[in-house]
Design a protein around this ligand. Structure first.
Ligand SMILES: Nc1nc2c(ncn2[C@@H]2O[C@H](COP(=O)(O)OP(=O)(O)OP(=O)(O)O)[C@@H](O)[C@H]2O)c(=O)[nH]1
Length: 831
């Protein structure tokens, strides 16, 4: 707003002051206007011009801004033909609003008064020219006339005003608390009649509201009971008030209630509370409570205003009589109303609290000792003082007793058990190298799959022209995999030899599914690398996933590799081809750091079953004198034997809907440590605790399990929403940490620089970025070669700092893989 668009009082005063100065010395324009105006007024007055002085004319002109007509009218009325003097105005009744006028100079409403109430400073004011006065009256014309000659603060004595104190509106709650004016007898009679009518109306309203509430009530009290309560206020008043909720009493505004011993309270709301809490069917009748007059000092003597009544309704009769200051909501007089209905937790709150407690309860610090006993829980429950809460909390999830732990020394049990060693191996290789067919054949040879099942698959596969994939279907169970003839995800199966329990992890060979291959390789003790010996196929694989898979195996810590040179039936069992492939692959593997003694080569035909469980009978393959594939597998040692005593860690690779209520079933391989039924565990990164309910090792129920075993574990006391595939189930005593920033010692497969990457560890995939590269390292010694390089060349080793978008469970020594744009770009160890 521009400054010229508004003014304030100061502006007004300044203007007036300026005008005062100008009176003494008119500007040339004013002088000219004044002279002309004077002449015009004299001319208009004609002969009467002699009855007024020039000063009077000029005053009028000055006041009317040189308006000749108005000045003439004023002069004629005032000096030439003044009206007869008015009778002294009657003293107006004080209570009438139209007798007030607004004084803009005072900013107040003022009331007409006598000379005694004349404003003290008005005498000292000069007599200014006449002006119209703003009046608050609605019948403007006569009033305007009456006050048209009234200047600011120059009111004739008869109209002098006095300041009056605002009278307090009636009503206790919304009005003031002052004394009400004394009523005449007539007024008292009218008020009594009005009160009686009001009371009747309120009673009708109250009973209407009560019947509505009764209809809505979920209380289990019988209608008869309700009726009794509603119709027996006297009975309610017999209940002592000592236990009643004090909150409503504070509304009365009287301090006396809060001091000294609790007084009996006649408030039906309070009494309903007591009834709700105590509810003794038969209350001993006691004498009616006497109200202490001093303690219940009336707050206001007047009745509630119409507005207060509209807003709050009216208090019941008995309360009105004793506590005129207290206005309760109409529904509070209903027998269905419980003032303390929300003073206790709702049933939902109790259940939610119980669930939260179950989810957050402290886990056992040591096996077999700290599992909360039923006794402890009962004591806990006993501490609750509300019966209804107890009843509901008895249903809480945490009251399902956790599985009992036998407190076994699992490492010793494992030693004593002389059980077969458990080995997991991953089957890798370029797409269509024959991995699934080889595993199907192996299971068929070992009688884990029936011949007729494979025949059935063959017949089914024939329909889609894929009969050569019949054995592959033993592993590839998904419809999509069978339709496409391509493995998509890790397929798991088990078989046993006289000395070892094996878990097969059949990995997809297609480049699109490398993350799934990483998940499989992360769980493996060793690997079978399947190579298609066909001309062209081998070379293609060497540039493709044969190479990538080998790099990943190395990065993920797999040390033992059995190279199955497959499809030799298609190259006539050429020893030369086998030797060529063996030499090249051997050089490639040892070049990456694999030890020669941990590399085996077996010439096979997965499709025909040559050199799988039994030696081939093909004469052209007689040149091979080495072990069969099964023998090579049995000669492999599990790599995790030494990790049995470490803190428990299990990568969750699958989750199942549990048939058993309250349990969640997970599958995975125990990476480290051991576990037994009843153990307290934690799922990371959610940090949710749980208990081990049951353990299956290779499809057999067991009391315990150790590192290296592929297990299926049922958990209790945990909501499945806290678990995801890729999470870590770990010891509650020594849980794995979670974080989003870490450094790793990475081997670069592609150029590395600060860039977005995906981190893979087992089934865990997490998006993040290479935040910085602190140094490149010597491959052999690990010493720093260069600090803060801008880029790391393929084949180089560097310390890389990774920042992830979310916290994940990771710890030092874990092996992770970095991928970007669908390519594996690096892999290495967390530092
Ligand atoms: N002649 C011959 N064909 C084979 C042999 N092994 C596999 N095949 C064929 O190779 C094709 C692919 O076999 P799969 O077992 O599906 O190959 P894979 O490596 O499992 O394929 P992905 O898992 O999808 O990478 C099928 O048609 C098989 O019949 C073999 O030893 N000899």
């Amino acid at each position: 707003m521009a400054p010229a668009d508004y003014y304030d009082d100061d502006d007004l005063y300044d203007e007036e002051a300026d005008e005062g100065e100008q009176e003494d010395e008119l500007s040339p324009e004013d002088k000219a206007a004044m002279e002309k105006g004077t002449a015009d007024v004299k001319k208009s007055l004609g002969a009467n011009a002699t009855k007024v002085t020039v000063k009077q004319i000029q005053d009028a002109l000055w006041h009317y801004y040189y308006d000749v007509d108005k000045s003439v009218a004023y002069l004629s009325k005032t000096f030439i033909a003044p009206p007869p003097p008015k009778p002294t105005p009657k003293k107006a009744p004080e209570s009438k609003l139209h007798e007030f006028s607004f004084s803009s100079s005072l900013g107040l409403f003022v009331r007409s008064s006598g000379a005694a109430n004349r404003l003290p400073w008005s005498d000292s004011l000069p007599d200014p020219p006449p002006c119209s006065t703003f009046s608050y009256r609605s019948n403007a014309n006569p009033v305007q006339d009456e006050f048209s000659d009234m200047p600011w603060l120059n009111t004739p004595e008869s109209r002098q005003a006095m300041l009056i104190a605002p009278s307090k509106p009636r009503g206790g709650l919304l009005g003031g608390a002052g004394d009400a004016p004394k009523m005449s007898k007539l007024q008292a009679l009218a008020a009594a009649r009005k009160k009686k009518n009001d009371d009747k109306k309120e009673q009708a309203k109250s009973s209407q509201a009560e019947s509505g509430l009764k209809r809505l009530s979920i209380a289990d009290a019988s209608p008869k009971e309700n009726d009794e309560r509603a119709s027996s206020p006297a009975k309610r008043q017999r209940v002592p008030d000592a236990q009643a909720a004090p909150s409503l009493a504070t509304l009365d505004g009287g301090s006396s209630r809060s001091e000294g011993p609790q007084e009996p309270h006649p408030d039906p709301v309070h009494i309903e509370v007591v009834r709700a809490l105590q509810e003794p069917p038969e209350i001993e009748p006691s004498p009616p409570i006497q109200q202490d007059e001093e303690t219940v000092k009336p707050f206001a003597q007047s009745a509630p205003s119409a507005f207060a009544k509209t807003l709050f309704g009216s208090a019941p009769d008995d309360r009105q009589a004793n506590r005129p200051d207290f206005y309760a909501m109409p529904y509070t007089s209903s027998s269905s109303f419980l003032a303390a209905a929300f003073s206790e937790p709702s049933p939902d709150d109790v259940v939610l609290a119980a669930q939260a407690k179950a989810g957050k309860k402290t886990v056992a610090p040591a096996k077999g000792t700290s599992t909360p006993t039923k006794k402890d829980k009962k004591a806990d429950v006993a501490s609750k003082d509300v019966d209804v809460s107890n009843g509901i909390s008895n249903l809480k999830v945490s009251d399902v007793p956790p599985p009992k732990s036998k407190g076994l020394d699992v490492a010793k049990e494992y030693e004593k058990s002389n059980s077969k060693k458990s080995i997991s191996f991953v089957v890798v290789g370029h797409v269509d190298a024959g991995k699934s067919t080889l595993m199907g054949r192996l299971l068929l040879e070992l009688k884990y799959v029936q011949e007729r099942t494979v025949d059935k698959y063959r017949r089914q596969a024939e329909k889609s022209g894929k009969q050569s994939f019949a054995l592959a279907w033993v592993m590839d169970q998904r419809t999509e995999e069978r339709e496409r003839g391509v493995t998509i995800d890790i397929a798991t199966n088990h078989f046993e030899t006289p000395n070892t329990k094996f878990t097969i992890l059949d990995a997809p060979g297609h480049r699109d599914f490398v993350p799934n291959m990483i998940a499989g390789a992360s769980q493996a003790d060793f690997a079978i690398l399947v190579i298609d010996a066909n001309t062209g196929a081998y070379e293609k694989g060497l540039k493709g996933q044969t190479r990538e898979h080998v790099l990943l195996l190395r990065s993920l810590g797999v040390q033992r590799i059995i190279v199955a040179v497959n499809k030799l039936d298609m190259v006539g069992w050429s020893k030369a081809r086998f030797d060529e492939i063996s030499d090249q692959i051997s050089g490639f593997l040892t070049g990456l750091g694999f030890q020669s003694k941990l590399i085996s080569f077996v010439p096979i035909s997965g499709l025909n079953g040559d050199n799988i469980a039994n030696k081939t009978e093909d004469a052209s393959a007689a040149w091979y004198e080495g072990p069969t594939l099964i023998k090579a597998l049995e000669d492999s040692e599990p790599s995790s034997a030494l990790a049995i005593t470490k803190p428990f860690r299990m990568s969750i690779s699958e989750m199942f809907r549990s048939q058993q209520q309250g349990t969640t079933t997970l599958a995975g391989r125990i990476d480290a440590g051991n576990v037994q039924i009843g153990d307290a565990v934690i799922v990371q990164p959610s940090g949710e605790p749980a208990y081990i309910k049951s353990i299956m090792v290779d499809s057999e129920a067991q009391e315990w399990a150790v590192a290296g075993q592929s297990v299926t574990i049922a958990l209790t006391d945990i909501d499945p929403i806290h678990i995801r595939v890729g999470d870590i189930l770990c010891s509650a005593v020594n849980p794995i940490s979670v974080g989003d920033t870490f450094t790793m010692k990475a081997m670069a497969f592609e150029h590395l620089m600060p860039m977005p990457v995906d981190l893979h560890r087992g089934r865990l995939h997490a998006a993040g970025q290479i935040a910085s590269i602190p140094a490149t390292l010597d491959k052999a010694t690990g010493e720093i070669v260069k600090k803060k390089p801008k880029i790391v060349q393929p084949g180089g080793v560097a310390r890389v700092m990774i920042k992830l978008g979310a916290k994940v469970p990771l710890e030092k020594g874990q092996r992770v893989v970095l991928r970007s744009g669908g390519e594996t770009i690096a892999a290495g160890l967390l530092e």
